[in-house]
Design a protein around this ligand. Structure first.
Ligand code: ZN
Length: 156
């Protein structure tokens, strides 16, 4: 396993849509392991493949309940709303207020290309929406209400 370099906002790869994964090769397995390691090292709750420069529809998430790997994920349904602070490893030290669904149901494939569904509320719902947006080339900053603020400055 190895840490991958996280692409920062402004890098054109973060604005591109990702391709579907058709089969899990050894390279894909290594990519997923590296994404998990990179996410944990940087204390993120999620990471999408384009953030490490790979235009594939793969995201990893861990909101504190263990790693979730989602390949070719899609949202099946969502409801409710939540507004809260959101941040991204591609924009370190910053955060902003974003409104997201409070509850989502998503489908994806796991590392063995077995399809599964997952239900998320609150932080997990937010993380799923945030990471799936990356696969379409979107950053949370496009949705921020008000200004993107400095996280350090917020802590008095
Ligand atoms: Zn992000």
């Amino acid at each position: 396993m190895a840490l991958r370099t996280i692409r920062l906002q402004g890098d054109e790869i973060l604005g591109k849509a990702c391709r579907e994964v058709k089969e899990i090769t050894l390279r894909t397995q290594i990519l997923i392991e590296d994404m998990l390691e990179t996410m944990y090292e940087n204390e993120g709750v999620g990471l999408a493949a384009p953030q490490v420069g790979i235009l594939k529809r793969i995201v990893v998430i861990d909101v504190g309940d263990g790693p979730i790997v989602m390949i070719n994920p899609r949202i099946l349904s969502s409801d409710g709303t939540q507004t809260g602070g959101e941040a991204c490893l591609s924009l370190p030290g910053k955060a902003g207020q974003v409104t997201r669904p409070n509850h989502v149901v998503a489908a994806a494939f796991d590392r063995n290309m077995q399809e599964f569904t997952i239900e998320g509320e609150e932080l997990l719902a937010r993380a799923i929406c945030h990471e799936l947006d990356h696969l379409e080339g979107h950053m949370y900053t496009e949705l921020v209400e008000g200004d993107v603020y400095d996280v350090e400055c917020e802590e008095e």
